[in-house]
Every structure is written in structure tokens, then in C-alpha cells.
Design a protein around this ligand. Structure first.
Ligand SMILES: [Zn+2]
Length: 325
């Protein structure tokens, strides 16, 4: 394949992204069992932040390499001559890289479309309100479906059905709404979208999915801890609300909504955990911002060090030349 200067740069970006991302992704996938064992020993909120950082790590690493090394070295050192042939390895890696992005984008668009359609249907049959003592606005839906969820990526809204409002006791409702507000303060819906938007290691693979599942589990536990705030009575009310709503059945499932019972997934473990008062207190230990995203910060520092090394650009350019041939 014959390509001009800027087409070669685009192909190199996709190819380099795919190769670096795949290499880092496979390394992270091999470390998943050890990472999950480490997460088990952490407070829930720290475990969720740790696993989310690991899920992002291959993407952050590949993006840093492309933005800080590949593009500058190509623009600085590649002669602006006419056309040049593109090798088979580079073309294949570029196609796989592009495919990974397209599949991830399609996944995110489908989930967004489903969630927006559901929110529109809730707005048609519901009324906006602000429940007493709540920071997040609510939409109460006149439905017999058991709906209790937090929707919205930046500006959140509680979605509640009349059936849930009437079925829960005031203390149960307070604990359940605190749980949903905790998802809002952690921006969990936005993190769900990020997990959908960033590509997998291979276009159709899901080898990092265990990290996403475990992050989902710990983010529920962290929201439970935030809602109970170390108070065993609140923890009991929350467990009671969970069981009551779960018995009503499931109203809606979405990758981008924090549903209260998380579609029943891991419910037993959540209830058992809430019944142990010491885990409720565990939630009071707040991890620092550095501790939450230590892995990502270390990768940023590592990339900056590599960029500043003398001769780094020339070395990367030689590698790009080999890849392109
Ligand atoms: Zn939740």
C-alpha cells in the first residue's frame, strides 16, 4: 500500500496504539488474579479505585506513548518526501487498532441510546421533584415497576417509581437514596461509560472484563459503605431496603445507570456485608487522591521521564521506521 506523509502518520498512530495497548493489556490480564487478591485486602472504595485504574492503564499507557513519543518523533524526524509503501504488519495493526476503537465506540453509543430512550420514557410518565433532604433531583415515575436508580453522567437524577416510594419505610428510603448519591459523588455512571468507550485488548476480546466486573462489585460495596457511614443501624436499614426492592423484581437494566439492587448481582454478599458492623465502619476510611489513582500517576511520571531522555525521539523514530516497512 502506497501512502502519503499524513496518511502514514494516521496509520502509524493506530498501529502503534494497537501494539502498545495489546502488550500492556496482555500484561495486565496476566496480573488480574494477583490484583483481585490485593483488592480483597483493601477498603471497598480503594479497591474500586485500584481496579478502575488497572482497567484504564493499557489505554493511558498507549495514549501517552502515541501523544508524547510517536507523533512528535514522526513530525520532527520524518522527511516530508512524497509517497512511501506501508508494510503488511503496520497495515494489519492499524486496521486492528481502528477496529478496536470502532467496536468500543459502537458499544458506548448503543448503551447511551438505550439509557436515553429509557430516561425519555420516564420523563413522559413521571414528574420532577426534589425529595426532602436530598442533593440530587428526582423523577418519580407513576409505574408499578420497582424502579430505583441513578441516571445521568454529569448531572445526575434519581429515578424512582411510585411503587418503591410507597413500599419503603422512611429509614430504608433514606439509606437507599444515600447509596445512590454515593454513586453520584464517585461519578460511577461516568466511569461505566469510560469502560465502554476505551477499547479492549483485541477488537472482539473481553480479557479485561474481570476487572470491570470486580470494579462494579467494589463500587457497590463502596456506595453501601458511604450510605451507612459506619452506623450499624443505617447499614441494617440499607440491607432491609435492598431485600425489599430485590423482592419486587427488576425494572430496568442499563450499563450506564446505577440501579439500586444492581440487577440482583452479588446481592447476598452485599446484605451479609452490611450485617457485619465492622465493614460499615471500614467505609469511613477515605483513601487519599494519590492512593486512589497511584498507578495512573506513576505511568504519567514514567512516560514523562522517557520523553525527556536524550535520544528518545530518534530511538522511537527508528522503531517507527521498522514498523512501517
Ligand atoms: Zn449501587
Amino acid at each position: 500500500m502506497i501512502t502519503d506523509y499524513f496518511s502514514r502518520l494516521v496509520c502509524l498512530c493506530f498501529a502503534s496504539f494497537f501494539l502498545v495497548h495489546a502488550g500492556a493489556g496482555v500484561a495486565i490480564a496476566l496480573l488480574i488474579p494477583a490484583a483481585l487478591r490485593r483488592a480483597e485486602k483493601m477498603p471497598a472504595r480503594s479497591a474500586a479505585a485500584f481496579l478502575f485504574s488497572l482497567r484504564l492503564l493499557p489505554f493511558v499507557m498507549a495514549s501517552c506513548v502515541i501523544a508524547a513519543l510517536c507523533v512528535p518523533s514522526y513530525l520532527l524526524l520524518e522527511p516530508r518526501s512524497g509517497t512511501e509503501p506501508l508494510g503488511g504488519l503496520c497495515a494489519t495493526a492499524a486496521v486492528l487498532g481502528l477496529l478496536s476503537w470502532l467496536i468500543a465506540a459502537a458499544r458506548a453509543v448503543v448503551a447511551l441510546g438505550r439509557t436515553l430512550a429509557f430516561e425519555r420514557s420516564c420523563r413522559r410518565s413521571g414528574s420532577e421533584t426534589r425529595l426532602a433532604g436530598r442533593t440530587v433531583p428526582a423523577l418519580v415515575v407513576e409505574s408499578r415497576l420497582p424502579l430505583l436508580a441513578l441516571s445521568g453522567l454529569i448531572r445526575a437524577r434519581l429515578l424512582l417509581s411510585r411503587q418503591v416510594l410507597e413500599a419503603l419505610q422512611p429509614e430504608e428510603l433514606d439509606a437507599a437514596l444515600r447509596h445512590e448519591e454515593a454513586h453520584q459523588s464517585s461519578r460511577d455512571n461516568l466511569k461505566r461509560l469510560v469502560c465502554l468507550l476505551i477499547p479492549e485488548v483485541l477488537p472482539l476480546g473481553r480479557c479485561l472484563a474481570p476487572l470491570e466486573r470486580s470494579w462494579a462489585k467494589y463500587s457497590e460495596w463502596a456506595a453501601d459503605d458511604q450510605a451507612s457511614r459506619g452506623d450499624s443501624h443505617r447499614a441494617l436499614w440499607l440491607a432491609s431496603a435492598l431485600l425489599r426492592v430485590a423482592r419486587m423484581g427488576s425494572a430496568f437494566e442499563s450499563e450506564l445507570c446505577a440501579t439500586f439492587t444492581a440487577c440482583g448481582w452479588g446481592l447476598e454478599a452485599r446484605v451479609e456485608r452490611l450485617l457485619r458492623t465492622e465493614t460499615a465502619r471500614e467505609g469511613m476510611r477515605e483513601p487519599g487522591r494519590f492512593a486512589q489513582h497511584r498507578e495512573l500517576l506513576l505511568i504519567g511520571a514514567f512516560t514523562a521521564t522517557i520523553v525527556l531522555l536524550p535520544g528518545a525521539m530518534a530511538c522511537v523514530h527508528r522503531l517507527l521506521e521498522r514498523l512501517i516497512q
